[in-house]
Design a protein around this ligand. Structure first.
Ligand code: MG
Length: 336
């Protein structure tokens, strides 16, 4: 029998937390997300795609994966998502309790971080995954290397790889594909429709923008890795959808090119867009302005720097509509 004091400890802890944080609104959720600009029309705020309650897979199913190969999944009791975006989808479909391991890019929901790690999505080792005794592994095209996936197939594990092109149609397609492969097609259909509705609402908002700012996506990881994004990247797709012009694409960059003062001078970006962890790795906006050429761009002069969580902004998962809406409002003061 627990003592009354012990029974009330969660309340005590909550009160202590409220005092410490100075947060007077106990209804505000603790869910972290990128900075959200205020909006005059709160009714238009899309419903959050919360992790749904537990779903029951209807199996077996046979699906075609990205190469047209048939894969039969007979058991989804031990799932290993190979990539962070697919992990987020698995949780959103109500199958989080069945996940037995995740890769290091699986940062959302927070529970995904607490499971045994299988390495990073592009550098997986089959041995680590097999030690978790998965009944199915599922990832997007980032999952690899191919030899590791072959080893999993050879060991008799169903391997499902879903397409992940950098397009605003991808989130709904990926959600449907994951739902089908894991025997929760109806849940997948519902989540895909909701996600697409949020994306469509964000696109309609972006269509009302009058400005078209030049936005440059910078992928940075400390001083060693600093590149400019361009054509064919998911950042380019998000920037265009949010009513901006991708500054890297505009100066002929395809994929990623090293960040140089010359490229910055040629592109003249008005806004710099980064991932939160990347911006942190160089000491925030102050550190960013120290990179040669940055301070001379219009973005640097006006300190127009935006940063969002990696999976939130570029994962092309269930939160894409919310990320697109945040980016649209941040790029267009006229819409706020
Ligand atoms: Mg992906």
């Amino acid at each position: 029998m627990r003592s009354p004091a012990f029974r009330h400890w969660p309340l005590v802890a909550l009160l202590a937390l409220l005092l410490v944080t100075g947060c007077g609104d106990p209804t505000s959720s603790g869910a972290g997300s990128a900075a959200e600009p205020t909006d005059a029309t709160p009714a238009a705020r899309p419903t959050a795609v919360a992790a749904s309650s537990a779903a029951t897979p209807r199996l077996p199913v046979t699906v075609k994966d990205k190469d047209g190969q048939e894969v039969t999944v007979g058991d989804a009791s031990r799932i290993v998502p190979l990539t962070g975006d697919i992990a987020e989808i698995v949780w959103a479909l109500g199958l989080g309790a069945n996940v037995v391991g995740t890769d290091t890019s699986a940062t959302y929901p927070p529970e995904a971080r607490e499971l045994p790690k299988i390495g990073y999505q592009r550098q997986l080792s089959a041995e680590g995954i097999l030690s978790l005794r998965p009944t199915v592994v599922i990832g997007d095209e980032a999952a690899g290397p191919p030899a590791a996936l072959e080893q999993l197939r050879a060991a008799g594990v169903p391997v499902v790889i879903v397409p992940d092109p950098p397009s605003l149609e991808t989130p709904a397609r990926k959600i449907r594909a994951v739902g089908e492969a894991l025997g929760v097609g109806a849940e997948g259909e519902q989540l895909a429709a909701q996600t697409q509705a949020e994306i469509d609402a964000a696109l309609a908002l972006a269509a009302r923008a009058t400005g078209k700012p030049k936005v440059m996506f910078l992928y940075v990881r400390g001083a060693g890795t600093q590149s400019i994004g361009g054509k064919g990247t998911s950042a380019d797709a998000l920037i265009a959808a949010a009513g901006g012009v991708d500054a890297g694409t505009a100066v002929g960059i395809t994929g990623f090119k090293p960040l140089t003062a010359e490229a910055l001078a040629a592109a003249q970006p008005e806004v710099l867009l980064l991932l939160s962890a990347g911006l942190e790795s160089i000491g925030g906006a102050d550190g960013l302005l120290q990179i040669p050429g940055v301070a001379q761009t219009p973005a640097g002069q006006n300190r127009r720097v935006l940063a969002y969580d990696d999976l939130y902004l570029l994962g092309l998962g269930p939160r894409t509509g919310q990320a697109l809406r945040d980016l649209t409002l941040a790029l267009h003061p006229e819409l706020r």
